[in-house]
Ligand binder design. Structure first.
Ligand code: FMN
Length: 370
């Protein structure tokens, strides 16, 4: 698919996950294949202008980390414009705007006019950014405030007129938070609202089959995957294969999971330094462990590590412990295998998603806008 001037290697995107989609994670995922485009964690426009140390770490990149969009957050037009210019100077392929629903239903007594004012304001901010840079500007939004205020189609149309190159839409309303089912019809209405630019669907894609289903049902040009890349870092490669050949491929085996876990860990140490990197990795490793089968000692051990030696010691003692759940060839016995994953929008109505219990904690921050 095309995004602005770029021809992408696949129509599969990595969704920004603040605190996770840093350079080590992006490089690890890209190396596994199938990923067409990645976006940084959200970055505060003002912090970037001030060259704040944390903001600079968030936008850090490397030659293998392409194509890359930097996601900006902010509401002051001049700051968003100047931050977009900095992104371009830093070599980003694109700037993405973290954009929540523009409608505050509660203050919407003025009805449509208040809404149009907000849309006008948003359009002016986005226009200022587009005029200031040569790289494409994209926007990421939810479906709207709640089910009675599905404003994403209107917003998408206005943004297309202003010149955004693509729209990312998480198929939930602001009121839904991260619960309930992703609304595929809602994503379809955004696809139908725009004329020429690609719409990329997002939300709860945890399997290649779910990605295909979202593409088929909504007509979206691409799919963006966030938490699903944590459950299965190979999801992009597996999805690309399914879309190209129609064939499903199995999830990787334990040894491959361990190999990639180590690679991800080593990149953390390289990027953040040994002790800080090991500490930060404490919240990453449990995601790999969710598909290990029995993994309690691993999870309790890994949240104490402060060095590479600690990490290796936890892995070694876990491997010994895990042997009791394996056959002679070292493969996990069937009865201990983790349940298959199913996306919320592919479950029969009313059936709970086993993954809800494992839901990734949503950090404090401008969650309203995600
Ligand atoms: C831990 C976490 C951090 C997130 N950080 C961001 C962010 O920085 N910017 C953003 O636009 N969305 C953010 N999101 C929303 C995701 O990009 C995505 O829209 C949402 O998780 C639904 O997709 P998924 O089901 O594939 O994860 C975050 C979500 C989670 C769970």
């Amino acid at each position: 698919m095309r995004l602005g001037p770029y021809e992408l290697s696949s129509n599969l995107f990595l969704s920004p996950l603040a605190g996770y989609t840093n350079l080590p994670m992006r490089l690890t995922l890209r190396e596994l294949g199938g990923l067409g485009w990645a976006t940084t964690d959200l970055v505060n426009a003002r912090s970037l202008i001030e060259r704040n140390r944390i903001a600079l770490k968030l936008v850090a990149s490397a030659p293998g980390d392409r194509p890359l969009a930097i996601q900006l957050f902010g509401s002051v037009p001049e700051e968003m414009r100047d931050a977009a210019v900095i992104c371009q100077e830093m070599g980003a392929q694109s700037v993405d705007i973290n954009m929540g629903c523009p409608v505050k239903k509660v203050v919407n007594i003025g009805g449509g006019s208040a809404m149009m004012n907000e849309l006008d304001k948003t359009a002016a901010l986005v226009r200022g950014m587009i005029d200031a840079v040569k790289i494409p500007v994209t926007a990421k939004m939810r479906l709207g405030w709640d089910d009675d205020n599905l404003t994403a189609p209107d917003l998408a149309r206005v943004l297309e007129d202003v010149g955004v190159a693509a729209i990312f839409v998480h198929g939930r309303t602001r009121a839904q938070g991260f619960s309930g089912t992703v609304n595929l019809a809602g994503i379809r209405s955004v696809v139908q609202a725009v004329k020429n630019i690609p719409v990329i669907g997002n939300g709860d894609v945890t399997t290649p089959e779910a990605a295909k289903h979202m593409l088929d049902e909504t007509g979206c040009a691409g799919v963006s995957i966030g938490r699903g890349a944590f459950y299965d870092p190979w999801i992009f490669r597996r999805t690309e294969h399914l879309l190209r050949t129609g064939e499903s491929t199995p999830e990787p085996d334990f040894n491959e999971r361990l190999r990639v876990l180590r690679r991800h860990f080593e990149r953390y140490l390289e990027f953040y330094g040994e002790e800080h990197g090991a500490r930060l990795f404490r919240k990453v490793a449990p995601w790999y462990a969710k598909r290990f089968g029995p993994a309690k000692p691993f999870k309790t051990g890994i949240i104490t590590i402060t060095s590479r030696a600690d990490f290796e010691a936890v892995v070694a003692s876990y491997l010994k412990w895990r042997a009791q759940f394996c056959d002679d060839a070292g493969n996990l016995l069937e009865k201990f295998a983790p349940q298959p994953m199913t996306a919320s929008f592919m479950l029969p109505p009313g059936e709970a998603n086993a993954l809800d219990r494992l839901a990734i904690p949503v950090p404090k921050g401008p969650v309203d806008t995600w």
